[in-house]
Ligand binder design. Structure first.
Ligand code: NAD
Length: 451
């Protein structure tokens, strides 16, 4: 069956692809399995060299990759370029890490014990549509660095950049079979990777709902899983913060990628004494966001990914009085306006992941109240705290149940630092040296010194 890939800004088809089924998934796993013994035996410095070459090729082809991503996801081109820049950084980082992921020697009675990091084998990498190339690289970099071979399954809506990346892997000299790409339905080929007896691990990024299915499916073979799932993160603004700075930054924390961001700070908690002033500044900053054609260099927000997703996002705001509702381009495209709602944390819009440009602004009384509300969610991925009080910043960041936080800044995603969730936002860590642990198995060997 063919898959028609659309440009969400125009609703025009941009590619027709053959979809894989279970048989093709099995063939892809077999190819990756056949390539594994040779790949795991490549000398670490040589594997590092191949990853470095891949990083350089991403840099050399950055404009093409950014254009693919912008057209397929509806991302503003400036943002798509920045994302491709991160993809190159990821491959450079893991190229440098290949020969630094070490074991230990441990003194024990009668000899010495040594630990080794062994690759897992064939790993399935399942990625969502919101950051297709970025999230693929977060998994591919550490998986290849550790000596695994991979089958990468992009989301049905956004397979194009993964296909181009696989070509660049070959061009870099990474042997045939080490990186395979499967274009097909999650419930068919994704599920097959999860259940396949010859797949040692699945690195999954997607919704919490599908994460549950993946965890269940993996249980049959006791497969290792990393789950990077949904979020409902809080942006906590204390009255002592630099309100102008916090309000100017907040729109980017929730409307970036049209709100289709697992780290979106979509609940903005504001201390009551600063609430009115913050809301005024935040609405003003939101109104100045440039929404429109992703190909325009000035555009800051594009459309949503699909008509179906737009209907879901609408269901959270239909009929609700809004503090602000922006404009969107007329005509084709899955547009949705930036929307600011005044809410209570019990509201559906504050409890569920909307995954669209919808901010819920919620007042709080004091530090304890802020922590209580921030943690009153099944998710625990990300968040920000804005305050001039460093002790409070430390107390609150330690008390918030989330994996990735920032203080007086929007972004907490760095190539060098571990990324992942608490609670129903998943488990396991990507990025940083920590990601290498998730793509390797720890082995301990005792060596006797007895004569
Ligand atoms: P999704 O869960 O619908 O799909 C994710 C991937 O899983 C897709 O490739 C899909 O084809 C595949 N899939 C679907 N059913 C499957 C099955 N039964 N077995 C195996 N694979 C299956 O998510 P989405 O709509 O593509 O992406 C949005 C979600 O991803 C949001 O919830 C968002 O928060 C989350 N996300 C999380 C992170 C993170 O790092 N925590 C990052 C980005 C996105």
């Amino acid at each position: 069956m063919t898959l028609t890939v659309l440009n969400p800004a125009t609703e025009e088809p941009i590619a027709e692809l053959e979809q894989a089924g279970v048989d093709e998934a099995d063939e892809a796993v077999a190819r990756a399995g056949a390539a594994y013994p040779a790949w795991r035996s490549v000398a670490p410095a040589d594997r590092a060299g191949l990853l470095r070459r891949l990083a350089t090729l991403v840099e050399e082809n950055a404009e093409e990759l950014a254009q693919i991503e912008s057209r397929n996801v509806g991302k503003p081109i400036a943002g798509a370029r920045a994302e491709v820049g991160m993809v190159a950084q990821v491959f450079h980082f893991y190229a440098g890490a290949v020969d630094k992921h070490r074991g230990h020697t441990i003194p024990v009675a009668g000899g010495v014990a040594a630990t080794f990091r062994e690759p897992l084998g064939v790993v399935g990498l399942i990625v969502p549509w919101n950051f297709p190339l970025n999230i693929a690289s977060w998994k591919l970099g550490p998986a290849l660095a550790c000596g695994n071979t991979v089958v990468l399954k992009p989301a049905e809506l956004t397979p194009l950049s993964a296909l181009r990346l696989a070509e660049l892997c070959l061009e870099a000299g990474i042997p045939e079979g080490v990186v395979g790409v499967l274009v097909g339905k999650g419930s068919v080929v994704g599920q097959r990777l999860v259940e396949h007896p010859d797949v040692a691990k699945v690195g999954f990024t997607g919704s919490t709902e599908v994460g549950r299915v993946v965890m269940q499916g993996a249980s049959g073979t006791i497969k290792r899983v990393t789950l990077e799932l949904g979020g409902k993160s809080a942006n906590v603004v204390f009255a002592d913060a630099d309100l102008e700075r916090a309000a100017a930054a907040a729109p980017y924390a929730v409307f970036d990628n049209a709100g289709q961001d697992c780290c979106a700070r979509s609940r903005i908690l504001v201390q009551r004494s600063a609430y009115d002033r913050f809301l005024e500044l935040f609405v003003e900053a939101t109104a100045s966001l440039k929404v429109g054609d992703p190909a325009n260099e000035q555009t800051e927000m594009g459309p949503l990914i699909s008509a179906e997703h737009r209907a879901k996002v609408s269901s959270y705001v239909d009929g609700a009085p809004s503090a602000f509702r922006g404009d969107v381009p007329e005509g084709n495209g899955f547009w949705f306006p930036c929307t600011v709602l005044e809410a209570s944390n019990d509201d559906r819009v504050a409890q569920e992941e909307v995954f669209g440009p919808v901010a819920a602004v919620i007042p709080f009384e004091d530090e304890a109240d802020a922590i209580r509300i921030a943690n009153d969610t099944p998710f625990g991925l990300s968040g920000s705290i804005w305050t001039r009080d460093v002790s409070r910043a430390l107390r609150v960041t330690r008390a918030i149940e989330a994996g990735v936080l920032s203080v007086n800044a929007n972004t907490s995603v760095r190539v060098q630092t571990p990324f992942g969730g608490f609670k129903q936002s998943g488990f396991g860590r990507e990025l940083g040296l920590e990601a290498l642990d998730g793509y390797s198995e720890l082995k301990s060997v005792f060596i006797s010194t007895e004569e």
